[in-house]
Design a protein around this ligand. Structure first.
Ligand SMILES: [Zn+2]
Length: 258
């Protein structure tokens, strides 16, 4: 065969390879939330043994601690380097997703701080919490704030999940109200890619970790949008008050405060 033929074949193969790679990357289902450490897969404990678990026996006669309404706003990936040994695996996440020159924790800390200020005006005690939740943490509503990332900048939208096993019986309601209010405030589309991993978020997993919510805490994880999307960043970074409005209104409605 002539050298020219080899050359043409080589050029063709390289071109084909690049084309396949480009298409695959663009259509990649990759989302930060699907690989993020701390989103545990389904647990192996069979349902039948649950009634024997000491944590659940303890909540049978549970009464809400006295005091004003309490809300926990967790800033995803904030102070990630300070996790206790049981959460060592989270260190891989560093600052979370990135976009617009910012880390996820910075953007979420800003939103959480603004929301906390507003909620405090209603006499609500608000804890702005880092990656590590205090052991057995109880609140009347717990909202973990995160932002997603994708290789494709046109992937955008928000999504919410509540714990896979919810003993408060209220988390689904908190989720539904947040969907409505956050959507109304931001105009973001709903990203339907809620995974089992989101529902197994480590801070929900009181069975496995001491640094997790109390089983009676109504809880959700809110993926506020994609930091890799310029459209979502217009709100998350440039006009966070819009996202804050949705979060605050949802919490007030859920707690029946006005
Ligand atoms: Zn995150």
């Amino acid at each position: 065969m002539k050298p020219a033929y080899y050359l043409l074949t080589a050029i063709f193969l390289v071109t084909a390879l690049v084309a396949v790679w480009t298409v695959t990357a663009a259509n990649s289902p990759y989302r930060f939330t699907e690989y993020e450490a701390g989103f545990d897969e389904a647990e192996s404990i069979p349902e039948t043994n649950i009634s024997l678990e000491p944590e659940l026996l303890a909540i049978q006669d549970w009464q809400r601690p006295e005091g004003p309404l309490r809300v926990g706003l967790q800033v995803g990936h904030w102070k990630n380097e300070e996790v206790p040994e049981e959460l060592e695996g989270l260190k891989k996440n560093a600052g979370g997703a990135q976009g617009g020159g910012k880390y996820e924790w910075e953007v979420m800390l800003n939103i959480a701080t603004l929301a906390a200020e507003q909620l405090a005006q209603y006499g609500i005690e608000v804890d702005v919490l880092p990656t590590t939740v205090p052991p057995n943490y109880y609140a009347d509503a717990f909202v973990a704030l995160h932002a997603d990332g994708n290789l494709d900048q046109y992937v955008s939208g928000f999504k919410i999940a509540h714990p896979r096993r919810d003993y408060s019986g209220l988390s689904a309601e908190l989720e539904a109200i947040m969907y409505e209010q956050y959507e109304a405030a931001t105009g973001f589309r709903r990203d339907s890619n809620v995974t089992r991993r989101m529902r197994g978020y480590y801070a929900f997993n009181w069975r496995r970790y001491d640094h997790a919510i109390h089983p009676m805490t109504p809880a959700i994880i809110l993926e506020t949008g994609f930091l890799t999307s310029p459209a979502d960043r217009k709100i998350l970074i440039n006009n966070p008050q819009v996202a804050v409005e949705g979060i605050v209104q949802a919490v007030l409605e859920f707690l029946k405060v006005d």
